[in-house]
Design a protein around this ligand. Structure first.
Ligand code: ZN
Length: 170
């Protein structure tokens, strides 16, 4: 990407899968971080109330849309490690307050995108903010408001499935 202040990593670069051009020589990963309402008195987990979204800089791929923090995975890290590193760089997120509950992989053959499904640790007050030129804004968005935003197309397509996977993981 072109921003002079952008963090540079091995693995940065474009890949052609045959149908599209994708960012990440070793694939890419993003962090889908959510928080829930408190559990019911009988212990039933609360519903997902909010998700962390990033308003992407206009110069980035699908610029101007909302998606999740993430980027290219390096050759020496797992997709989960890559997603947590990117979320720390782009959103100031402390990985210690995050519990990873699953992964969802979009497979384009030579390139994959791994969505890392995560929740905040119970009781943690998790502050996020844009800390990298790739994001105009990073914030908690109520689930009911997500569909009203101009979403990155791949993220918008996957969103209902991702929310279903989170509930299945409980
Ligand atoms: Zn593709």
């Amino acid at each position: 990407m072109s921003g002079t202040l952008h963090h540079r990593h091995p693995g940065d670069g474009w890949v052609e899968c045959g149908d599209h051009r994708h960012w990440g020589l070793h694939g890419a990963a993003g962090l889908f971080l959510t928080r829930r309402a408190p559990p019911a008195p009988d212990g039933t987990p609360g519903a997902v109330t909010d998700v962390v979204l990033q308003h992407r800089a206009t110069w980035s791929h699908h610029g101007g849309t909302w998606g999740i923090p993430g980027g290219a995975v390096t050759p020496t890290e797992t997709p989960t490690q890559g997603a947590l590193r990117e979320a720390a760089e782009e959103a100031g997120l402390d990985p210690a307050v995050v519990r990873v509950v699953g992964e969802h992989v979009l497979d384009h053959g030579v390139w994959t995108y791994t969505t890392v499904l995560a929740e905040t640790i119970a009781g943690a007050r998790v502050h996020v903010a844009a800390t990298d030129p790739e994001g105009i804004e990073v914030r908690w968005v109520p689930v009911a408001e997500v569909s009203g935003l101009d979403l990155h197309p791949a993220f918008g397509d996957a969103l209902p499935h991702l929310l279903g996977l989170l509930d299945a993981a409980r």
